[in-house]
Design a binder for this molecule. Structure first.
Ligand code: NAP
Ligand code: GDD
Length: 347
């Protein structure tokens, strides 16, 4: 039997890697895409196969985490074996500007999806994209038993989503698992997260297209891993007989300043000549340090990272340098891409 997965947030960084992984494992993959006035599927365009083809295993459907009825309709139509809830307003700084929307999509969206699964009576496995941002002000190292102390509307929404996932597990016996993932990055990372903002700026400065980049707090410390390894961890969690909660992290601390300096060094530039400060990029409350302990995931699901932060910086700078030659498509090696007829999006 071919397994069927439903992925919210399939157009995001993680959703695109997860879809690739599941397809490679033989799954039929259904992704939920928000309707937009422009195409928003660039991260998954390379997975496109005409759905009329017999071997098509990747399908997109319009839907939104703010629309519970639509989620129930999709679930009752598709009957997935596994549901991965990766959709979210995921930007911490933006969550201070749009707190209500963030609570709605990131927090309430989770209970809408869980409740839709319950109402439809689906016997599926559920993955919740929980976040190290939930630890917030609690000092590192952080693991599954560390108390949450969120420092942003995003972090608070993720704490709510974490707890309703656990509650549906305990109340209704659902196979519902939280992956508490520390920051993970890649050439597909959104351009406004600090890692990608920096690697993209390095490529543009080196090419003579820009002469500086504005950043905020350089003292923050994060635990940056490589996204393709993290989606493998998500899948492994759902293959366990029992649902549980797991941290995924490298355990290696790296400050924003270190990331910046390594990125500029990689192309032979002195970062201090190009980086300027803009308070616009500060947060009203900052998360100073996130450093995870993924020992439980290593022991229980056999997951471990291999890519170090230094290697990750180089992967991302090299991809952004190459992207300039390929007009912004760093992750796709093929030169010619299939077109994506919008009609195939309609379900
Ligand atoms: P991302 O690149 O920002 O992708 C977010 C995805 O959610 C996009 O596909 C986005 O669609 C979709 N989305 C946003 N609002 C939605 C809504 N109302 N309904 C349905 N879909 C919606 O995020 P990511 O880095 O891949 O992260 C995936 C998940 O893991 C997120 O839940 C994030 O909060 C969480 N997480 C990420 C990290 C990390 O370091 N990357 C760490 C811990 C947890 P559009 O493409 O249309 O915007
Ligand atoms: N985005 C951004 N832009 N961050 C900056 C900048 C800037 O110009 N300058 C400094 N920073 C600092 C932020 O203040 C923060 O301390 C750190 O860089 C990382 O910021 P982000 O890359 O925006 O990521 P994040 O850690 O806030 O959130 C990411 O990781 C979470 C997991 O811990 C996101 O992916 C979240 O969705 C995820 O849950």
């Amino acid at each position: 039997m071919v397994k069927r997965a439903l992925v919210t947030g399939v157009t995001g960084q993680d959703g695109s890697y997860l879809a690739e992984l599941l397809l490679a494992k033989g799954y039929e993959v259904h992704g939920v895409v928000r309707r937009a006035s422009t195409f928003n599927t660039s991260r998954v365009d390379h997975l496109y196969v005409d759905p009329h083809e017999e071997d098509a295993r990747f399908f997109l459907h319009y839907g939104d985490l703010t629309d519970g009825t639509r989620l129930a309709t999709l679930l009752s139509k598709l009957h997935p074996d596994e549901v991965y809830n990766l959709g979210a307003q995921s930007h911490v700084r933006v969550s201070f500007d749009e707190p209500e929307h963030t609570g709605d999509a990131t927090g309430m969206g989770t209970i809408r999806l869980l409740e839709a699964i319950r109402q439809v009576g689906l016997d599926c496995r559920y993955y919740q994209a929980s976040s190290s941002e939930m630890f917030g002000a609690t000092p590192p190292p952080q693991d599954e038993s560390t108390p949450f102390y969120p420092r942003s509307p995003y972090g608070a929404a993720k704490v709510y989503a974490y707890w309703v996932t656990r509650n549906y597990r305990e109340a209704y016996g659902m196979h519902a698992t939280n992956g508490i993932l520390f920051n993970h990055e890649s050439p597909r990372r959104g351009e406004t997260f600090v890692t990608r903002k920096v690697t993209r700026a390095v490529a543009r400065i080196q090419a003579g297209l820009d002469d500086h980049v504005y950043l905020g707090n350089l003292d923050a410390v994060r635990d940056w891993g490589y996204a393709p390894e993290y989606v493998e961890g998500m899948w492994r969690m759902l293959q366990q007989d029992e649902p549980d909660d797991y941290v995924l992290a490298t355990g290696v601390p790296c400050s924003v300043r270190d990331w910046v300096s390594t990125a500029f060094d990689h192309v032979g530039l002195d970062w201090e000549k190009y980086v300027r400060f803009d308070e616009r990029y500060l947060r009203p409350t900052e998360v100073d340090a996130l450093i995870g302990d993924a020992g439980k995931a290593e022991r229980a699901v056999g997951w471990k990272t291999e890519v170090t932060p230094d290697q990750l910086v180089r992967i991302m700078v090299d991809a952004d340098v190459k992207a300039l030659e390929h007009e912004g498509r760093p992750w796709i090696d093929a030169v010619s891409l299939p077109s994506w007829p919008s009609a195939h999006l309609a379900s």
